[in-house]
Design a protein. Structure first.
Length: 388
């Protein structure tokens, strides 16, 4: 993997910026921007409707993108739904499954608000983490035949922990529950196959994997066909007769209105870019940079790293400096051209439950290198002297 060559595809990196906020929003390589510009310049029409050549071209490219997404995660093309983002994907599922307010939904305590808040209108049961890790024993003692959905994060955006989703899914299925995973932080960084995992549903976002702001939702065919449409309108019906709609089948029934065609096309280009490098290479590279950062931060007084080893954390390093608020620390690092995130990372429940007032999160991707890691550690070392 040639990181120097890769970095040339990201113009922002020419500005002496160390970008370590990819868990929130990744940078976009030139081929992705070019693919989107091609749409906007040469066939900026609507797909799935217009019969003219531009409309046909849009439909063709849109469905090609869907096919690429499906291949990337081991799904069938008709099992992929395009949404705005992971948040909308999870809300779609929470509102489209035929659930009652008394139905039990299980999540972990480590969920992003987007996989926490949508389930609160049901009987929401939270499985805790033990020593920072998902407590399988507690989960097995909690799940039963009354549980309708188990929805957990695949890789945590707090500390990079990757849950044992195959084992969790098998346990959920033994009790007849639908198993859903939030793949926002896993799909961009490691090989992910929904069939091998055994999940029924998986949500993830293009903007965290070199693509534009667009969401993706995998739903197992037999599950999707039994769900009700979340949003209805143009593009969701085959016909309306005597005031009664005849709905299309998935995925179309879940894609109401004109879609983010440029976003889907850009995501297709992003997937092509990642596939040309290889996800195993991406994961290996990120872990190697994480090791450099971890070793450097561990040598700094007043610094506490959240969670385990670089191998366990992959692309994420979350930490705190004693005496300095995490958001303030992020602002201080910005003055050194270091871009990180400080705060609760939309995981308020976990931080509050564990009595931690947020953290600074450095999140890596394939374009980060050893120099980035060294600059980051040096900057933290300087600002840490201002703490206790």
């Amino acid at each position: 993997m040639n990181t120097d060559k890769i970095r040339k595809d990201f113009p922002l990196l020419e500005k002496n910026i160390v970008y370590l906020d990819s868990a929130c929003m990744s940078l976009k390589p030139r081929p992705v921007v070019e693919a989107m510009n091609d749409y906007y310049y040469n066939y900026p029409s609507c797909g799935e409707r217009s019969a003219h050549r531009l409309g046909k071209k849009v439909t063709e490219e849109y469905e090609t993108a869907r096919k690429k997404v499906a291949r990337f995660v081991g799904a069938k093309q008709e099992e992929i739904i395009f949404t705005r983002n992971t948040t909308e994907s999870i809300n779609l599922v929470a509102n489209s499954l035929k659930l009652k307010p008394t139905d039990t939904i299980i999540t972990s305590d480590k969920e992003h608000n987007s996989n926490f808040l949508p389930w609160l209108k049901y009987h929401h049961v939270i499985v805790p983490t033990c020593n920072g890790r998902f407590d399988m024993a507690a989960f097995r003692n909690t799940v039963n035949k009354n549980v309708k959905v188990v929805s957990v994060v695949h890789t945590s955006n707090i500390d990079g922990e990757t849950f044992s989703v195959k084992e969790i899914g098998e346990t959920a299925h033994d009790q007849g529950a639908v198993f859903m995973i939030d793949g926002a932080q896993s799909v961009p960084h490691k090989e992910t196959d929904v069939k091998k995992i055994g999940c029924d549903v998986m949500a993830f976002s293009g903007h965290k994997m070199l693509g534009p702001s667009i969401g993706c939702l995998y739903i197992k065919k037999e599950i999707a066909e039994d769900m009700e449409p979340f949003m209805v309108g143009g593009g969701t019906v085959q016909d309306v007769v005597n005031g009664k709609p005849i709905f299309l089948k998935p995925p179309e029934v879940f894609e109401a209105g004109l879609q983010n065609y440029a976003g889907a096309i850009g995501l297709g280009a992003a997937i092509g870019y990642l596939e040309s490098i290889g996800m195993k290479n991406v994961e290996k590279h990120e872990t190697s940079i994480n090791k450099i950062i971890t070793e450097g931060l561990s040598s700094i007084k007043n610094v506490t790293i959240i969670a385990g080893s670089p191998e366990e954390r992959g692309c994420i390093v979350s930490f705190n400096v004693s005496g300095i608020d995490s958001k303030e620390l992020a602002i201080m690092l910005d003055s050194y051209n270091i871009m990180v995130r400080g705060g609760f990372h939309c995981c308020h429940n976990w931080f509050n439950t564990h009595g931690i007032s947020g953290s600074v999160r450095a999140s890596l991707y394939l374009y980060n290198n050893e120099v980035d890691a060294e600059k980051f550690v040096a900057a933290v070392k300087k600002v840490a002297t201002l703490g206790k």
